[in-house]
Design a protein around this ligand. Structure first.
Ligand SMILES: [Zn+2]
Length: 340
């Protein structure tokens, strides 16, 4: 029997792989387009298209185009602040107690927007929303692989500037083929030297070698996706030995066609190999999903028991970039919900 919906709803959740820009749901897009001549109808058209396609993309490039479309709607620091508050309200509805949200800082720089003003607006809004909603968030700044090492350095400088103001980690996303890990070893060393945590998207659109590179060369503390690791027992062994968790995003992988369907996500194989797994929604609004839905679907497709579902939440707490006492608090909440 599948886990009751109420159990998943009540389970205190933690999300580690979540892009602010990919969290703009139709109503937030409508809010953003208001008063911008001509945008309203364009947005409606775009939303209709996503719905018609069932939030699926035939290629990774097609997905990137959709991501770009929403990113370009974020024109001002106030737009970013609105995106933040709407995302946090959504997370609170799903009983997400803690989230590490990725801000595509590299994309803000690419758009030639003032990153200081953008982040300060986002941070201020998130502090207000934390108090109101009873949850916590921290921030990850990520750079774009294909923009190269110099660009990544620029993003790192900003991340380090805001390290004591909610930015906990430096990450890397984008095109793995055009921006291999080997370009970024120095940037990651510097990130560690300035006391930032590190992570990278890897093994999403390319093979297991990209995961190995992220672990061995970039020495990341977590891998975003790492889907391809499941194809290579040695890479799974490496993740297990080094204790590097994967931020699994099955709904995202299925939407982009990296796996045929959600049920094809190699969760059982990764767990059997002893890899620490977490569940995440990635760009939930672009994939028509949510963290709660990822848990509901995973529980149904992989017949997860209550302790297994709670275990995935506990893994996320342990893999979070939080002080120990905050982790303890979250773990207690999860254990109480799991028995209760
Ligand atoms: Zn991602």
């Amino acid at each position: 029997m599948p886990l009751p919906k109420e159990f998943i709803g009540k389970l205190p959740k933690v999300e580690l792989h979540l892009h602010l820009e990919g969290s703009l749901r139709p109503n937030t897009l409508r809010e953003l387009s208001r008063g911008r001549g001509g945008m309203e109808s364009k947005i409606e058209q775009w939303i209709l298209e996503r719905e018609k396609q069932g939030y699926r993309y035939s290629t990774f490039t097609e997905f990137i185009e959709a991501f770009k479309f929403v990113v370009l709607l974020l024109e001002t620091p106030e737009d970013y602040a609105l995106a933040t508050v709407r995302l946090m309200e959504w997370l609170a509805e799903q009983n997400v107690k803690y989230a590490e949200i990725t801000l595509a800082a590299g994309v803000v720089l690419w758009k030639r927007q003032p990153l200081d003003q953008v982040y300060e607006a986002v941070r201020k809004t998130s502090l207000e929303a934390e108090a109101r909603l009873g949850m916590r968030v921290n921030w990850i700044f990520d750079a774009v692989r294909q923009f190269g090492a110099e660009h990544a350095h620029a993003v790192l400088r900003w991340a380090s500037r805001y390290r004591s103001e909610g930015v906990v980690a430096f990450g890397l996303g984008g095109d793995e083929e055009r921006g291999p890990g080997s370009l970024f070893a120095d940037v990651y060393r510097e990130a560690r030297d300035c006391g930032l945590h590190t992570l990278a998207h890897a093994g999403e659109t390319t093979g297991p070698e990209s995961v190995r590179e992220a672990v061995e060369l970039l020495k990341v503390e977590r891998v975003g996706h790492g889907l391809a690791a499941a194809r290579d027992p040695e890479v799974m062994g490496l993740l297990r030995e080094r204790g590097v968790p994967l931020e699994g995003c099955p709904g995202s992988n299925a939407s982009i066609g990296l796996i045929p369907e959600f049920r094809d996500y190699p969760l059982p194989a990764l767990l059997d190999a002893g890899v620490t797994m977490t569940l995440n929604s990635d760009d939930p609004a672009l994939f028509g999903t949510s963290l709660e839905q990822e848990f509901t679907r995973a529980a149904a497709e992989f017949s997860l028991s209550a302790p297994q579902a709670a275990g995935l939440c506990e893994n996320a707490v342990r893999a979070a970039f939080l002080p120990e006492h905050e982790k303890e608090l979250l773990l207690t909440q999860i254990q109480q919900a799991a028995v209760g």
